[in-house]
Design a protein around this ligand. Structure first.
Ligand code: C2E
Ligand code: CA
Ligand code: CA
Length: 460
């Protein structure tokens, strides 16, 4: 503890010291420690201030957002330290490149930004793109990590900081989707996309509220008996103007907007209500629900699902949750926790779309996954392409050895069904047997208690 200042000089010195400490603390709070650039908080305040000035004086402000391409891959292959060196290198280039009236920032991760008053926006974007795409020298090696740039301009594109950031991000993602290493300006096409998206967002919220998202059902057929043994629940949107919409028209958008969770919950509740009596009456054994990788990122997902399930009449052992490999790859530890928690309650977990991604056999061996769904792309060539047939046959062998059951998806032709049945595939699903249908049709089929017509021939 320092003593009380006695003289005026001591007091002045103490004030000066506190003042410089305060400045330092403030600066540290606004600076990104890896690159020395301003951080997201300071950047957002600066952008708002510059927009205020431009609004008052009639000026132009351009926002360039910059993102390294395949940075995760670089981190994974060369290690985090090398990743940090590239980030620091990019930060240094941006600092050197910024003119005295521009401001460069690191927004977080591998995302950077530059605020500029330049009248030549395209020229600036081109120059930035060149500078940041130059190779980086890491551990004496030349690393080429491309970067992409998205740009939005005040007042032509956006009127405030939030709009500019959203629009610049949209331009950035367009470049990234085309392979990166380029720049793109926000334009009319993106504005239309933005308007459609906002319109769809409002509509989706309304649809959820009005109960327009409904569960449809596709039967799962037992290969040996030809009987319906389960159903997969598939979401449909009964849109008042556009008619019946398949998931491709709303699931990806709902995932982006953070609405997929509400959709999955609504579909789950409605599907359980419709299908629980079918299970209770012994007409089917299992109800399979799809969940988005987004839902699974929530550490509370499995606990909440078990809670929701308890509110329905469906026994846990009759529920299958279909997850995709994308999620396993994103966070294996979290995936394990969810799968183990669900399995401990008797809920079956199925790995969906197997054969499209990495087809991670290790995951199958180490996680309590009871079912694998072979993707339609594999099934399409089965019995036709010798290599695919061999692959599917050996996958079936491996699954049997691990005690995992296999459902073949997208079975459209009798020849495929015959091949799969002979190869020991336990269950099938596809247009050959039945397309997805609304609950009342599914119920009628189950009450008819007959195998769907094509199957009698295929398994007869
Ligand atoms: P998925 O889980 O792989 O579902 C199978 C898709 O293949 C369904 O498309 C189904 O209608 C279609 N299909 C079934 N048999 C055949 C066939 O023989 N030939 C062909 N060509 N297609 C067949 P759908 O209903 O359009 O669903 C597409 C995807 O949307 C689903 O793929 C699933 O990933 C997702 N999805 C569907 N419902 C939900 C949901 O409630 N929540 C979430 N998160 N995703 C859902
Ligand atoms: Ca599925
Ligand atoms: Ca699938």
């Amino acid at each position: 503890m320092s003593r009380e200042p006695k003289t005026y000089a001591e007091l002045a010195a103490r004030v000066a010291m506190l003042e410089s400490e305060r400045t330092l603390t403030l600066r540290l709070a606004q600076t990104d420690s890896l690159t020395g650039l301003v951080n997201r908080g300071a950047f957002t305040s600066a952008l708002c201030e510059r927009l205020d000035v431009a609004r008052a004086r009639g000026g132009q402000v351009s926002l360039f957002v910059i993102d390294l391409d395949r940075f995760k891959h670089l981190n994974d292959t060369l290690g985090h330290h090398a990743g940090d060196l590239v980030l620091a290198g990019l930060g240094a280039r941006l600092r050197d490149e910024a003119t005295p009236t521009e401001l460069a920032a690191r927004l977080g991760g591998d995302e950077f930004a530059l605020i500029s008053d330049t009248p030549d926006v395209a020229g600036r974007a081109e120059r930035l793109s060149q500078v940041i795409c130059e190779p980086y020298s890491i551990y004496g090696r030349q690393i080429t990590s491309g970067a992409s740039v998205g740009v939005a301009v005040f007042p032509t594109d956006g009127v405030d900081a939030a709009e500019l950031q959203r629009f610049a991000d949209m331009a950035l993602y367009r470049v990234k989707n085309k392979g990166g290493r380029r720049w793109s300006l926000f334009d009319t096409a993106l504005r239309n996309e933005d308007e459609q998206r906002r319109c769809l967002e409002d509509e989706l919220r309304r649809a959820l509220h009005e109960g327009e998202i409904e569960p449809w059902f596709q039967p799962v057929i037992d290969s040996a008996s030809g009987q319906v043994v389960g159903v997969e629940v598939l979401a449909r949107w009964r849109h008042p103007k556009r008619g019946l919409l398949a998931p491709i028209h709303f699931v990806p958008m709902a995932e982006e907007l953070g609405l997929i969770r509400s959709i999955d919950e609504a579909v789950f509740d409605a599907a359980c209500a419709r299908a629980a009596p079918w299970v209770a009456a012994g007409m089917i054994e299992a109800v399979s629900c799809n969940v988005s990788p987004r839902d699974l990122m929530d550490p509370g997902f499995s606990r909440k699902l078990i809670g929701r399930l308890a509110q329905t009449d469906l026994p846990a052992t009759a529920l299958t949750v279909e997850i995709t490999e994308t999620f396993l790859l994103q966070d294996m530890a979290l995936a394990r926790r969810h799968i183990e928690r669900l399995a401990s309650r008797g809920v079956n977990v199925a790995l969906d779309d197997f054969g499209t991604g990495y087809s991670n056999l290790r995951a199958l061996m180490h996680l309590p996954i009871q079912t694998v769904k072979l993707d339609r792309s594999l099934i399409a060539d089965v019995g036709r392409d010798g290599r695919v047939s061999k692959l599917v046959t050996s996958l079936l062998h491996a699954a049997r050895a691990l005690g995992i059951s296999i459902v073949a998806e997208g079975v459209e032709e009798e020849a495929q069904a015959i091949f799969l049945r002979a190869a020991g595939c336990g269950a099938m699903q596809g247009y050959l047997f039945a397309r997805p249908m609304p609950a009342h049709e599914m119920e009628a089929m189950l009450r008819g208690a007959e195998a769907p017509v094509p199957l009698r021939a295929a398994v007869g």
